[in-house]
Design a protein around this ligand. Structure first.
Ligand SMILES: Nc1ncnc2c1ncn2[C@@H]1O[C@H](COP(=O)(O)OP(=O)(O)OP(=O)(O)O)[C@@H](O)[C@H]1O
Ligand SMILES: [Mg+2]
Length: 265
């Protein structure tokens, strides 16, 4: 199981939309078994997959060790994708982990998901806009990191810190962890976007991915419908772009299945 982290310290840049849609494309177009982990107390990814609840165990229970991963995983409403949901209980779980210095604190999520590593091809983790214990755990469990960025006045806020955090986790807990690049989301092709993209591209440290995700009103609509964009509006620009992004990522990591399965994509 290959573990991809989607993270950025900044909120509202498209982390959840990117996680949900990459998961959907990798499952439906590339026919992989996908586990999506909602690692944000807001629970937005869980809502997309019909898995948000306070009656069912969540990622918080993996952090505290209260439940085993098999008790927490839920079948999602989309074939080929299972979900580890999150809800507000993650807040107190993070505090509990911080207090509990008697047990390893940074590798709890890794230990939990390793138990199902043979059951999935890809695991995609949607992170909170934070560098909290949950995010550190996600990075310690990961192979790859993609940072979504939205080109605006505050684009670069936190990106350097996030890259630094990835480096620290790699040096201390997980030598496999690789920063794969930034991806521009909500791209409108106006002057600000074009200049911002050119700047990001020229700064090698950001490893700007070739694919930009176009802005389209259909994405907001898809959040109300709680459906990935490919299911909601398969022909819109963002649906096309997420297919490209999945292919770019799969090619980058050398997955021979980067070409979509017959008749799809
Ligand atoms: N390509 C796009 N086109 C139009 N709107 C978009 C696009 N991508 C994301 N959005 C919108 O931007 C908002 C933020 O997206 P999203 O929830 O994915 O961000 P986030 O980084 O996960 O936020 P948070 O930090 O709060 O978890 C949402 O309303 C979403 O619909
Ligand atoms: Mg989010």
């Amino acid at each position: 199981m290959r573990v991809l982290n989607i993270c950025n310290l900044k909120g509202g840049v498209g982390k959840t939309i990117t996680s949900v849609n990459l998961a959907y494309v990798i499952a439906h177009v590339h026919k992989k078994r996908v586990l999506i982990v909602d690692n944000d107390k807001q629970g937005n990814t869980s809502k997309f997959f019909g898995a948000h609840s306070y009656d069912h165990p969540s990622v918080a229970d993996l952090m505290t060790g209260a439940k085993s991963v098999k008790d927490v995983i839920r079948k999602s409403i989309h074939a080929g994708i299972d979900c580890i949901p999150a809800n507000m209980t993650l807040l107190s779980a993070n505090k509990a982990v911080l207090m509990d210095t008697m047990h390893p604190q940074q590798t709890r999520l890794k230990t939990a998901i390793t138990a199902v590593a043979e059951e999935y091809d890809y695991c995609i983790i949607d992170n909170a806009p934070d560098e909290n214990m949950s995010v550190i755990n996600a990075l310690a469990a990961g192979d790859d990191v993609i940072i979504p960025v939205k080109v605006d006045q505050f684009t670069f806020d936190g990106v350097d810190e996030m890259i630094q955090c990835v480096r620290q986790v790699r040096d201390n807990f997980n030598e496999r962890l690789t920063f794969r690049g930034c991806v521009i989301t909500s791209y409108r092709g106006n002057e600000v976007n074009v200049q911002g993209a050119a700047y990001l591209k020229q700064m090698e440290k950001y490893r700007l991915m070739q694919t930009h995700i176009s802005w389209t009103a259909k994405v907001d609509e898809s959040t109300f419908a709680a459906r990935p964009i490919m299911a909601h509006s398969p022909r819109c620009w963002a649906a096309r772009d997420y297919k490209r992004l999945a292919r770019e990522y799969l090619t980058m990591i050398g997955d021979p299945c980067a070409a979509p399965a017959e008749g799809k994509g």
